[in-house]
Design a protein around this ligand. Structure first.
Ligand SMILES: [Zn+2]
Length: 256
């Protein structure tokens, strides 16, 4: 998906959420109670990509790009993850600074996300940059957002992330006359990638991933925020703003 530095111990990776065809109207209800233990489907063995060594992970909006409403939608998505993490591991997982004044950064997107690190010795020395691209979108036009990350094998159970950046496609979505994804739902999904979760299923037959189009697919995979499609009704996406049980169970495997 992206090109970048490939070293012997880590490689850049990117996960993208792409566009789904048409509305299917499958509203699912938010879990009332959280899943508090590691729970992952037997067929989801390859869907965990890495984790962060320290909690919470600092996040920053690229300065001058985002409106207050857009920032608020993304922060609501982060708070959904934080509420779950508070219940599960008694800590926030995302740190956006103060809700009134979210953290911003003048840092530009890295051409090679793996060339720099956010990991200091005992704290982070940078933030996950969240960028809104109205021009220069160099992924497929049907891709809504891309999260690029850099897992580094340090001998632990999972690779450790040393850097991550998020790009939202405001070039072929969101603008006047374009399809309107639900930004909060999209952010909830992308933030799951930041945490190291791959999709709950894959569009292609792939070992370690259930097939998204399998008619017998587990309903919890379908209901997950990390299910890899957004449903549109006309120009507007159907919101999916709550974490699914599968999102929660898999997160616990990475962070508990
Ligand atoms: Zn995705």
């Amino acid at each position: 998906m992206i090109s970048g530095y490939r070293g012997p111990t880590f490689k850049p990776a990117a996960l993208a959420l792409s566009l789904l065809l048409l509305a299917v109207g499958c509203g699912h209800k938010k879990g009332e109670t959280y899943v508090l233990e590691c729970k992952i489907g037997e067929d989801q063995g390859k869907t965990l990509r890495g984790n962060w060594a320290l909690k919470p992970v600092p996040m920053a909006f690229r300065e001058g790009e985002w409106s207050g409403d857009e920032q608020a939608a993304i922060i609501r998505a982060a708070q959904s993850w934080n509420r779950f993490f508070q219940a599960s591991v008694k800590s926030d997982i995302f740190d956006f600074g103060s809700p009134q004044e979210p953290r911003t950064t003048t840092a530009t997107l890295a051409a090679q996300v793996c060339a720099t690190t956010m990991l200091g010795t005992s704290s982070y020395i940078g933030s996950v940059v969240i960028s809104k691209l109205t021009t220069g979108w160099n992924n497929n036009a049907d891709v809504l957002a891309v999260t690029e990350f850099c897992p580094e094998n340090t001998g632990g159970k999972f690779p450790t992330f040393k850097n991550t950046q998020m790009k939202f496609n405001f070039q072929t979505f969101f603008g006047a006359g374009l399809r309107q994804p639900d930004l909060e739902s999209l952010a909830l999904h992308e933030l799951g990638h930041v945490l190291g979760l791959d999709h709950s299923c894959s569009g292609q037959n792939q070992q370690g991933f259930p097939l998204c189009t399998d008619p017998g697919i587990d309903q919890e995979y379908l209901a997950a925020a990390l299910y890899p499609n957004v449903d549109f009704a006309g120009a507007n996406a159907i919101p999916k703003r709550g974490l699914g049980k599968n999102d929660q169970g898999r997160s616990n495997c990475l962070y508990k």
